[in-house]
Design a protein around this ligand. Structure first.
Ligand SMILES: [Mg+2]
Length: 163
């Protein structure tokens, strides 16, 4: 089902290197807004250590954001020492292909982590990557996202009932 993630978690910190290895995942494509950063650009507490730990475990990372705010993603990329692509137009495939090239691995070994079904999850499924959906960090969204949230909540409800 193209709308469903393979895993639904509270935030990225719940992703462990052991879990990724069990699932044959060696690379992560990471969303920014409401996944790594709060709406006010504050970083999720513990993120730096989590990123360090992933790198130590040979999990490669790449940031893939739809935002057009280059300064925001550029700063995060420098803080975390993780490469980035911004203005990615997810769920279109172009950005994901670029990210896979940066990670230099097959799509089947890449997981996509993000808080939105209509960009992150659909994009991952279209690419045959492993979709991990997180709860959004803040309740504040840009307008276009706010419109999509009730439908996302309905899909997540159906997804959870299915199990
Ligand atoms: Mg997001």
């Amino acid at each position: 089902m193209i709308l469903y993630p393979k895993k639904y978690i509270n935030n990225v910190l719940e992703i462990s290197a052991d879990f990724l290895k069990e699932e044959n995942i060696n690379g992560l494509i990471l969303d920014v807004d409401n996944t790594l950063l709060f709406h006010d650009r504050k970083m999720l507490t513990g993120l730096t250590q989590w990123v360090e730990n992933m790198k130590k475990n040979n999990i490669k990372l790449c940031i893939l954001s739809n935002t057009n705010k280059k300064d925001k993603v550029d700063k995060l990329s420098k803080d975390l020492k993780v490469p980035y692509i911004f203005f990615a137009k997810k769920p279109l495939k172009g950005g994901f292909k670029k990210a896979a090239k940066i990670l230099n691995m097959k799509n089947e070994n890449i997981a996509v982590v993000g808080d939105q079904i209509f960009t992150d999850v659909i994009g991952a499924n279209r690419m045959n990557m492993y979709p991990i959906l997180t709860k959004p960090l803040s309740q504040t969204d840009i307008l276009i996202t706010r419109i999509k949230r009730p439908l996302e909540e309905y899909i997540i409800k159906k997804y959870l009932e299915r199990k």
